[in-house]
Design a binder for this molecule. Structure first.
Ligand SMILES: NC(=O)c1ccc[n+]([C@@H]2O[C@H](COP(=O)([O-])OP(=O)(O)OC[C@H]3O[C@@H](n4cnc5c(N)ncnc54)[C@H](O)[C@@H]3O)[C@@H](O)[C@H]2O)c1
Length: 342
């Protein structure tokens, strides 16, 4: 079998939504380093602190090829007007590719605000697809989620499974985004690459996600909430693999619609995760046992044969290494924040 070539794409102008967030800011770091012009759309959604996102992007702001459009995806007129503003000279006004990462993320919060999730994740995605079609931007990469698999019993989860039944509002908005993408590829000529990310971790991880949330509580000497009997498992994926998968998808031309799992193909139990956190943080966890939460997934596990074959996707960073890097980053973040963990 011939190895797919790693994406060596000529730098163009990337439109990155959600570029102030965890994954988006890492992607933008790499794009700017490789000579891309980057326009970021981000409204600094209050799901977590704006100051955290400002720290994520501090190194981008003085770069000549970078601009930040603080605009809300839900407002089609404002979004389209902002995106139409030329940037970087006549040769740089058109976008080569859209990477749509902006979303209301987080399963638990989606149970509290299902309409808010629909508005940003479905209407917002629709507004961006409309813009891509009107401006003839061919390549559209979309951040979907492992959560679309719901309770799918056929593990590890494969993109060939089409009868998916999500079990929380967040997941249903992500599946809706994939379906909208299919419409735009099949009927309007876009190339849509949907990427199902599996629990992403590492430096700058969202503060609501377990590793980050637990670490802060543990360092503050507080108890960590564990739902159910602690037997849930996650296929944790280090951010760098996700960014590599996104970059390969930006250059992908093999078909006009494709869905890929971006995961690790290895699951880790919640209690094991806590034990490993105790090691890297050098602190003992206190556990606050709570009832199982509706809408939560018991296990996520990615089959990654397809992205390996078609995108040249490779897992390079093991969980322990990623966790050590996260812990070192968190210590530095806490110092910048004035030392208060919890
Ligand atoms: N982190 C994970 O484990 C994970 C797993 C699966 C899927 N995803 C998906 O990957 C993407 C990035 O996730 P992340 O963890 O970096 O999240 P994040 O919250 O750090 O980043 C998302 C960004 O989108 C912005 N945003 C939200 N609503 C917006 C709106 N209406 N208009 C403009 N910008 C808006 C936010 O301000 C934020 O900066 C999301 O689509 C998420 O659903 C993430």
């Amino acid at each position: 079998m011939t190895e797919p070539k790693a994406a060596a794409q000529t730098p163009g102008h990337a439109l990155v939504t959600g570029g102030a967030g965890f994954i988006g800011s890492h992607l933008v770091d790499g794009l700017l380093a490789d000579g891309w012009t980057v326009t970021v759309v981000d409204n600094f959604d209050p799901y977590y602190a704006e100051s955290t996102k400002r720290l994520n992007i501090a190194q981008h702001l003085d770069q000549r090829n970078y601009r930040l459009l603080q605009v809300d995806l839900r407002d089609a007129a404002a979004l389209h007007a902002a995106l139409d503003q030329p940037f970087g000279g006549a040769d740089k006004t058109g976008y080569t590719v859209i990477v749509h990462l902006a979303a209301k993320a987080g399963v638990r919060n989606s149970l509290l605000d299902p309409l808010g999730y629909q508005m940003t994740n479905v209407i917002g995605t629709q507004n961006l697809l409309t813009y891509a079609y009107q401006r003839k931007i061919k390549q559209f990469v979309f951040a979907s989620s492992s959560s679309v698999y719901g309770d799918c019993p056929r593990l590890p989860w494969s993109e060939n499974d089409l009868d998916l039944l999500p079990i929380n509002p967040y997941a249903s908005t992500k599946l809706a985004g994939e379906h909208l993408g299919y419409v735009y590829s099949r009927t309007f000529g876009l190339r849509f690459v949907g990427l199902r990310f599996f629990t992403v971790f590492g430096e700058r991880q969202r503060p609501d996600l377990a590793i980050h949330k637990f670490s802060r509580l543990m360092l503050a000497g507080k108890a960590i909430p564990v739902y159910g009997d602690g037997s849930s498992e996650r296929d944790f994926t280090y951010w760098d693999e996700i960014v590599s998968g996104v970059r390969a998808s930006m250059a992908y031309t093999g078909s006009d619609y494709e869905i890929f799992n971006l995961g690790n193909n290895r699951t880790i139990g919640l209690l094991d995760t806590i034990r490993k956190l105790e090691d890297v943080l050098n602190v003992k966890a206190k556990i606050d046992w709570q009832d199982w939460q509706p809408g939560e997934m018991r296990r996520t596990w990615a089959n990654i044969e397809k992205p390996q074959r078609l995108l040249g996707y490779r897992v390079k960073t093991d969980f322990d290494t990623g966790l050590r890097r996260f812990a070192a980053w968190l210590q530095e973040r806490l110092r910048l924040e004035g030392g208060k963990a919890g």
